[in-house]
Design a protein around this ligand. Structure first.
Ligand code: C5P
Ligand code: MG
Length: 161
């Protein structure tokens, strides 16, 4: 692969929501969530999409290849481990994230009050300043009330020379 100064990545994730489960987004537990993510891991749809975006920028596949959701050892796992692995693979190829743009579609609760906390958490995990983490929150307008969906673009910059 010829070295280019920048590469773009895109990731997506969705989880079904059910009562009585925790909702964690970007490493931050959402305090007022009546519904939480049904998942093999902790179901953090933001970190899963960020990790896939990182991998996609270098055509390294997706997180399911590194953390199969059939493997008992990954049950209930902290998604920060998944993100750390994706980051390590990207760095191993000589790139690091420059900025990320995250769109979360969730009807309830409102995430606006958590924007700074989620941005700080994602930024910390990516070793970026919070100013490089853009967060947009959208409802599904009632079309998918038991569903969380996340889409992420990332710009990767060469860290060589
Ligand atoms: O989806 P919609 O455009 O109706 O969302 C209106 C606004 O509500 C968004 O621009 C966002 O600021 C906020 N929002 C939020 N948390 C959500 C969904 C939307 O803070 N879960
Ligand atoms: Mg997921």
């Amino acid at each position: 692969m010829a070295a280019v100064p920048f590469r773009v990545g895109f990731g997506e994730d969705a989880h079904r929501l059910e009562a009585g489960l925790p909702l964690v987004l970007g490493g931050v537990p959402v305090p007022d969530a009546e519904l939480g993510a049904v998942a093999h891991s902790d179901g953090d749809a933001v970190l899963h999409a960020v990790a896939d975006a990182l991998l996609s920028g270098l055509a390294l596949g997706d997180i399911g290849q590194y953390f199969p959701d059939t493997a008992a050892e990954w049950k209930g796992m902290d998604s920060r481990v998944i993100l750390a692995k994706a980051l390590e693979l990207v760095r191993g190829r000589g790139y690091a994230p420059v900025n990320v743009a995250v769109v979360v579609t969730l009807d309830k609760p409102k995430l606006g009050p958590l924007r700074a906390e989620i941005a700080a958490s994602v930024a910390r995990l990516l070793n970026l300043p919070p100013s490089e983490v853009g967060l947009s929150f959208k409802t599904s307008e009632g079309l998918a009330p038991r569903h969380v969906q996340t889409r992420v673009t990332v710009l990767l910059g060469s860290i060589e020379g």
